[in-house]
Design a protein around this ligand. Structure first.
Ligand code: IMP
Length: 227
């Protein structure tokens, strides 16, 4: 049963809407005798990421979530690089379901901290509490004048029995105090090069037009459009 009004209901209604579109497309394809659309599973249940990717990839591919394929497994993320973690996700889905799929991994690399927090970005302080994670970064950096850093995303794609990687990154610097209330994660302490505002001081549209994730997804979409 769906209860309308909460985050889950929004997610559920999105999933229902996508399923409806999918069924509708299949009916139309059948009627018009068109080639079946290619389906790809995105190893995530983050509705926002799914929508963003579907919008960039366009209608040539139907992007499904883990929920859509009834996968509630905690997919391991034990790699030492973004590539390894992203590939772990697609390997898992390929081995378990034999599906064409893609998965991503992102994080923040700070030069003065030898690339930390890197693959540990989500749990740098040992917990998922981003206030603590940001505090730890600022504490470790102290008054170090080398503040250069970058956000990075790597996408692993498994399609037509081939493995591909797509990478996006955005260079910038870590400021000394939080600024801005939008976004998530380390956004309040990261200013991309060429700007004087943090990611958390930008609108979602502005951030999404330059972000590491948008760059990687753009490369994925460009590749998929050739298929
Ligand atoms: P994920 O692989 O996209 O889930 O990202 C892992 C972690 O990296 C997140 O939990 C955040 O802490 C950090 N991160 C990734 N992308 C961003 C971003 O765009 N802004 C701020 N933090 C990010």
């Amino acid at each position: 049963m769906l209860i309308f009004g909460g985050v889950n209901s929004w997610k559920d209604s999105n999933i229902l809407q996508r399923e409806e579109h999918c069924q509708q497309r299949e009916r139309t394809n059948k009627k018009l005798n068109l080639k079946k659309m290619l389906e790809l599973v995105f190893a995530t249940n983050n509705a926002h990421k799914l929508e963003e990717v579907q919008a960039i990839v366009g209608s040539a591919f139907i992007i499904k979530s883990l929920n859509d394929i009834d996968c509630s497994d905690d997919i391991p993320e034990t790699g030492e690089t973004f590539e390894e973690n992203a590939k772990q996700k697609t390997d898992y889905l390929v081995n378990k379901y034999g599906l064409y799929c893609f998965g991503d991994d992102s994080g923040l690399e700070i030069d003065a901290l030898n690339g930390e927090p890197g693959v540990y970005s989500a749990r740098y302080s040992g917990s998922r509490d981003m206030e603590k994670n940001i505090d730890l970064v600022l504490q470790k950096l102290g008054d170090n004048t080398n503040r250069t850093a970058r956000f990075k995303t790597v996408i692993s794609l498994y399609l037509n029995e081939q493995q591909h990687f797509f990478e996006g990154s955005i260079e910038g610097k870590i400021i000394e105090e939080r600024r801005g209330i939008d976004g998530f994660g380390y956004d309040p302490i990261f200013i991309p090069n060429g700007y004087d505002r943090t990611f958390a001081e930008m609108t979602a549209a502005e951030k999404n037009s330059i972000s590491h994730r948008a760059i990687a997804v753009g490369k994925l979409a460009t590749y998929l459009k050739t298929k």
